[in-house]
Structure formats: C-alpha cells, structure tokens
Ligand binder design. Structure first.
Ligand code: FAQ
Length: 325
C-alpha cells in the first residue's frame, strides 16, 4: 500500500505543485493527511514518526526492568505510570504515521528486520535504581528538548500528537530529577550511584539529538519542510546549557573535562560524544540492541493470536452485517 502511494505521488510531482506545497509550508500552514504532499515529504515523515514511535515502545524496556525492584510503593506506582505513558506515546505516534498510508504492522516488521531504527539511547543497560533517575532526568529531558519544537512541525497529526506527549514527558523529567535529588541527599553509596548513572548516561543522552550537523543527512531538507524545526547541534547545545546547572544543583559532576562556560558565546563549550560508538550503536552493535529487538520480536509473536482473533471477530461482524442487509 505504502509503496503504491509513493509511486503514484512521484509521477505527479510537477514543479508548480512542489512550489505551491513549499509556499504552504513557508506560510506556516499545517499539512493534513488528505492534502497533496511530495513523495519525499511523506517518506521522511513515515521514517521520522515511525522511528519516534518505535523509540517510545522500545524505550519502555530499560525502565520496565526496574518496576518490580522499585524501592518504595510510591516510586513503583510512578514508574509504572511513566512506562504506561510511553506506550501511549507510541500509540499516538503509530496512529499519526498511519495517516500517511503505512500500517502499524508494516512499521513493526520494518523495526524487527532492521529497516527502521529507534533511538540509540535505549540500547544502553539500566544497571541500578539511580538509572531510573538518570533516564527520567536526562533521557526524557533530551526528548523534551527535541519534541517541544516539534509541536510546531508542519504535519498536523504529528504536531498535535506532540502537544500531549510533551506535557507528559515534562512530568517524567521532573520525576527523574526527583529520584536524583533523593539519591544525592541519601547515603554516600546512594550519591555514588547517582554520579555513576550520570557518568554512564551523559554522552548517550547527547547522542539522542543525532549526528553533528555536518554528518546529518536529513536535516537540510527536513528543516525546509519544517519536519524538523532545529538542527541536531542547536538542540544538543540547548540541552547542555539547561542541564549543566541542574547537575550543579544536585552536586554532581558532568563527566566532561572540556565542559566550560564560554562568556563570549553565552553557552557551554563541551566535548563531542564518541561518534564512532554512536554509529556502531545505530548499526545494531550497541550493548543491548539484540536483547531489545528480541524482546520486541517475542511481544510480536506472543501477540499474534490476539491480532488473529481480532481480525476473525471483525470478519464475523462484517459478515453478520452483510447478512442483515
Ligand atoms: N538514534 O540525518 P539525521 C524518547 C539516524 S523519544 C538512532 O540527523 P534526522 C521518549 C537517523 O535516523 C526519542 N538513530 O536524521 C522516551 C538517520 O538514519 P536513517 C526519539 C539516529 O532524522 C523517554 C541517520 O542517523 N525521539 O526518548 C539517531 O534528520 C524515556 C542520520 O541522522 C525522536 O525520534 C539516534 N539518536 O534527525 C521514551 C524525535 N539520530 O533514518 C521512553 C523525532 C540520528 O536515514 C523512555 N526525531 N539517527 O537510516 C527526530 O527529531 C530526528 O529523527 C532525530 C534525527 C533528531 C532523532
């Protein structure tokens, strides 16, 4: 279905239609599912929204790992609610992508066979309870930095999904920060755990914004189409500028010897993440890639009977309706 749509659109891309489309984008209009759009715009959105949806779903796994081991009932309830929120985000995003003519089943198959990606960050393990603080604080913090501007993205269903997602993500960020605050006010061991979690998650969090602008393949076109509102480096800088004072407030040290406030630029100077590690992780060679995909594959296989039962039920309903007519 999707391949067919892209093919038929590609034949109708005359320069006038492309110019009219760009004029709508430039005027700040929202593009809606039934509007004409260039095949490349549709394809880029399916890629980005689909990968974003997969990230929310795969992103449940590192935190799901700690639900049964949360230190108090309150923390457990909070974590459970957060992980459920992420499932909800995945669902809004799959729905937004489906308006572009791709099915959730197709996207899932593409995730499982490696044709679609999900965020690099979820290929790192969560080793201690402090990681639940670091994930909320840094991972949700980075996610919000990237997603707040996406509320103004040009594709209507994506922009609207982002509004609700951002509200929930900001709650998650505060929840994570609260866990970190408790840890740093605790015993020496707890403070050490908090520092260790920051040490392990800092650079992977910076990688969430994507490769540096010079290596970003899609940024230029995606920004012209307002699918992306900022470059990867712009958002990474904003994240560093906002997060370093939070680390100082916690009494923790950001694991970057190059980190320094720059009076002239009004921003922090900081070290680049190890980009060779990033490219290895997104190629499937990170610490937990195989485990994450195996978990999603198992969920897909275990759920097959539910999907089949629902299809059979829908078919029966349709047949009953036809018979009654
Ligand atoms: N991981 O040309 P660019 C969350 C790929 S949600 C993996 O710069 P683009 C909530 C990229 O796909 C986190 N792959 O790409 C939560 C492309 O490869 P391709 C997800 C990455 O798209 C919290 C290639 O590298 N958020 O965390 C990554 O213009 C806690 C070249 O890169 C979103 O998806 C990466 N980090 O910019 C859930 C936000 N970065 O596709 C649970 C929406 C790049 O050609 C718990 N997405 N790649 O094979 C975006 O804003 C963009 O897609 C970027 C990448 C900024 C991620």
């Amino acid at each position: 279905m999707y391949a067919h749509m892209v093919k038929s659109e590609a034949t109708s891309e005359d320069p006038e239609m492309l110019a009219a489309f760009q004029a709508r984008i430039d005027a700040g209009e929202k593009i809606e599912p039934k509007d004409w759009m260039p095949a490349g715009y549709r394809k880029t959105l399916i890629r980005q929204i689909g990968q974003h949806a997969h990230s929310e779903i795969v992103g449940q796994l590192p935190e799901g790992n700690w639900i049964t081991r949360a230190p108090t009932l309150e923390r457990k309830a909070n974590l459970l609610a957060k992980v459920q929120d992420e499932a909800g985000h995945g669902l809004y995003l799959y729905c937004a992508a489906e308006t572009l003519g791709v099915s959730r089943d197709e996207m899932t198959e593409m995730l499982l066979d490696g044709r679609m990606k999900y965020s690099s960050i979820f290929n790192y393990p969560t080793l201690t309870w402090a990681d639940m603080g670091a994930v909320g604080w840094l991972v949700d913090g980075a996610a919000i930095m990237n997603q707040v501007p996406l509320q103004r993205t040009s594709y209507g269903p994506y922009a609207r999904a982002m509004v609700r997602i951002c509200k929930e993500e900001s709650f998650h960020q505060r929840q994570g920060f609260h866990v970190m605050m408790s840890m740093v006010k605790g015993t020496e061991d707890q403070k050490r755990m908090a520092q260790d979690a920051l040490n392990r998650f800092w650079f992977p969090a910076l990688m969430m914004f994507g490769p540096s602008d010079k290596d970003s393949v899609h940024s230029r076109q995606s920004m012209a189409w307002k699918i992306k509102m900022n470059t990867n480096d712009e958002l990474r800088q904003k994240f560093v500028d906002e997060t370093v004072p939070q680390a100082e407030y916690l009494g923790l040290t950001v694991p970057d010897k190059k980190l320094k406030w720059n009076e002239e630029t009004g921003h922090y100077d900081f070290a680049e993440p190890d980009w060779s590690e990033f490219f290895e992780v997104i190629k499937g060679n990170g610490p937990c890639n195989k485990e994450r995909i195996a978990a999603r594959q198992k969920a897909w296989d275990d759920g097959a009977w539910v999907r089949e039962a629902m299809m059979a039920h829908a078919e029966k309903k349709r047949a009953r309706k036809l018979a009654a007519e």
